[in-house]
Design a protein around this ligand. Structure first.
Ligand SMILES: Cc1cc2nc3c(=O)[nH]c(=O)nc-3n(C[C@H](O)[C@H](O)[C@H](O)COP(=O)(O)OP(=O)(O)OC[C@H]3O[C@@H](n4cnc5c(N)ncnc54)[C@H](O)[C@@H]3O)c2cc1C
Length: 337
């Protein structure tokens, strides 16, 4: 196990915040993790945070507690039948490497989730999603350790997945450390291409293949999203709000171009990016934090911004959107104060 005190988290968050953790540990085995959470070292601190690659985190300042990271990177096919494979993966495995591996093996189900930053553990916390697919569609079970060292396996249902949400983000926040996720993948692909111009791109070269989907998704994302290595960011800063259909219809009469996606008979989802853009925030900066000039949903660190500056910008945007449309938008990014 690696153990460092007063450790810089600069390389561990995509917003590029130069903050420090009082203690940083990285474990290589489940037994090491258990020994650590039961140790006097762990008990010495009253705050702890488990991170993946920090691509959905915003640190407000130094973290005066323990930051833990998983180096569990095993991958094993644990069961298979004529149609499916069950693949158990360590929480520290880089998500996109896992997707790349699945595509290379011909295992279908995660190709639309190509090029999402982060690690396997967080995929199950965040219920990551893109291009019409959410990871909950393929998660079979999640293994996690409680802070008393006991292991528990959560079924997909017990994870209580919602839009970018799970039990690990809500009522059990901070209580479990995910060690492994088992995904159920398909031997025969069902291509999901009805999102944006994905179909046109994939079918440009003929019949779809898993690799063609992966290439198209990666290319679209590269052209749309700022690279965190160049401009610090955490992807979509806000979730898309879900509002009553009656409210939407009243707004639509006033703002005819307002887009929406139906959720059910009574609710619709409105793209937060559209709300932010039409409230006049696209490309605007407040100090060293800004709204990206091509993607209004993405807040960026222009260089040297603090987490507080980014949060102040986020609060101003929320306020303006609420004043204009009566819709509350909320951050997807986890703010760590
Ligand atoms: C450029 C860019 C594009 C993005 N695009 C998308 C997208 O298309 N779709 C999407 O859904 N997301 C997207 N994101 C957000 C991000 O990639 C996901 O939220 C990802 O799952 C975060 O993974 P991570 O390993 O970096 O987790 P972190 O950001 O480090 O952590 C996220 C949360 O998970 C918890 N956590 C992490 N590991 C564990 C563990 N082992 N046990 C318990 N809790 C844990 C953390 O405490 C935190 O609450 C994007 C981000 C960026 C920077």
């Amino acid at each position: 196990m690696k153990r460092y005190e007063n450790y810089s988290l600069l390389a561990h968050n995509t917003f590029g915040m130069d903050v420090r953790a009082a203690l940083f540990v990285e474990y290589d085995t489940v037994d090491e993790l258990r020994a650590f959470v039961l140790s006097a070292d762990f008990a010495r601190y009253d705050r702890h945070l488990h991170i993946g690659s920090g691509s959905n985190l915003l640190f407000g300042g130094d973290y005066r507690g323990i930051v833990m990271h998983s180096a569990l990177r095993d991958l094993e096919v644990v069961a298979e039948d004529d149609n499916h494979l069950w693949v158990r993966v360590g929480s520290g495995y880089v998500w996109d490497d896992f997707v790349g591996h699945c595509v290379a093996q011909g295992w279908a189900g995660v190709e639309n989730l190509s090029a999402i930053p982060g690690e396997v553990g967080a995929s199950a916390v965040q219920n990551i999603g893109a291009y019409g697919v959410e990871v909950r569609d393929v998660i079979d079970r999640v293994e996690a350790m409680a802070l008393d060292g006991t292991l528990r396996t959560f079924t997909n249902e017990e994870c209580r997945y919602g839009y970018r949400d799970s039990v690990f983000k809500a009522e059990m926040r901070g209580q479990y450390i995910i060690t492994h996720v088992t995904y159920r993948l398909d031997r025969v692909p069902t291509y999901r291409l009805d999102y944006g111009d994905l179909r046109v791109r994939v079918e440009a070269d003929g019949e779809p293949t898993l690799q063609a989907v992966r290439n198209a998704v990666t290319a679209i994302r590269d052209s749309k999203l700022p690279d965190p290595k160049v401009l610090g960011n955490a992807g979509s800063f806000f979730t898309n709000p879900v509002i009553p259909r009656t409210q939407y219809e009243a707004l639509k009469a006033e703002y005819p171009t307002m887009p929406s996606y139906p959720i059910d008979d009574t609710r619709v989802k409105v793209p937060a990016g559209w709300l932010i853009d039409s409230a006049g925030w696209k490309g605007r900066a407040l100090g060293r934090a800004a709204v990206h000039d091509r993607q209004a949903l993405v807040l960026v660190n222009l260089g040297g911004a603090t987490g507080r500056e980014v949060m102040t910008l986020a609060e101003r945007i929320c306020e303006d959107v609420y004043n204009k449309y009566g819709i509350r938008i909320t951050p997807e990014v986890n703010f760590i104060d």
